[in-house]
Unconditional design. Structure first.
Length: 279
């Protein structure tokens, strides 16, 4: 379920009987890309590794590359789960038993009501609670200037040295930070910062977007590191609030944020370091 929405995936972990294994699933759910990260991954893959001309072969190649990224996320999920089960969350694996209940005719009305109130509104309410104030913060940072630059530009400049170690730049890193409410707005924030605009916007074509990114120093290594960090960084606000609700603990909620972020930073630094040495 995390491939659709990580918050929904967290709620789906309720079916796991073992508290230990439920916690393992919650902590590693964010390593699979949700719908909010797929547009970023697909756009970068298309711009830098497939080409924007289109065609059947390009679509197939793009699909294969995206599948590879997804498999990397799944393998990372398995590896981190194994590591946690051997260290922080030791225990004996439980057996999986699935008992089929007697068949009953589905009650469409009840299913729809439970789906809307127990899941959809549950997730949307948490999204709105963080998205509204976060949107105001983004607008203020982009429109309030100190000296000749906006607060957004100053923050990007401050983060730039550390971001360079990860193969990114300050604008990309601040975009991920400000994209905390929703992963979908990361690329629009990058475009807004590069163009020094006061509101989030999108470009008309991928070719235009690639030209903007390349003009601001993007290379294939930047693209790879951006995809890696998109795949492995802190969960969105809705997911973290859902983790707090499901675990009842800020400790596990913070670990769910720190764990993928630390692995993502390390992966980006390793890729960038390898590229600096051998490419």
């Amino acid at each position: 379920m995390g491939f659709g929405c990580n918050a929904a995936g967290i709620v789906g972990c309720r079916i796991i009987d073992s508290p230990r294994e439920r916690l393992l699933a919650i902590l590693t759910n964010n390593f699979v890309p949700c719908n909010g990260r797929f547009p970023t991954l697909i756009a970068i893959l298309t711009m830098f590794f497939v080409g924007v001309a289109g065609g059947a072969f390009s679509s197939l190649f793009s699909a294969l590359l995206l599948t590879g990224v997804i498999l990397l996320g799944v393998l990372t999920t398995f590896a981190v789960t194994k590591l946690l089960s051997k260290t922080l969350l030791k225990g004996v694996p439980s057996s999986f038993t699935l008992e089929l209940p007697p068949y009953r005719k589905p009650q469409v009305g009840k299913v729809l009501i439970r789906s809307i109130f127990d899941r959809t509104l549950f997730v949307l309410g948490r999204a709105v609670a963080v998205a509204a104030p976060a949107g105001l913060v983004i607008w203020l940072m982009a429109n309030i200037t100190i000296g000749d630059s906006s607060i957004l530009t100053h923050c990007a400049t401050f983060l730039d040295p550390f971001a360079r170690l990860m193969g990114l730049d300050g604008v990309i890193l601040i975009a991920f930070i400000l994209g905390f409410p929703a992963n979908e707005i990361v690329v629009p924030i990058i475009i807004m910062a590069y163009l020094a605009q006061g509101s989030i916007l999108e470009l008309e074509s991928l070719a235009e977007m690639k030209a903007l990114f390349v003009a601001n120093g993007w290379t294939s290594i930047t693209a790879i590191c951006t995809m890696l960090f998109s795949l492995m960084h802190w969960p969105c606000s809705t997911t973290l609030l859902t983790i707090k609700k499901e675990t009842g603990s800020w400790k596990w909620t913070m670990l769910a944020a720190v764990l993928p972020t630390g692995i993502g930073i390390l992966a980006c630094m390793l890729v960038n370091g390898f590229a600096q040495l051998f490419i």
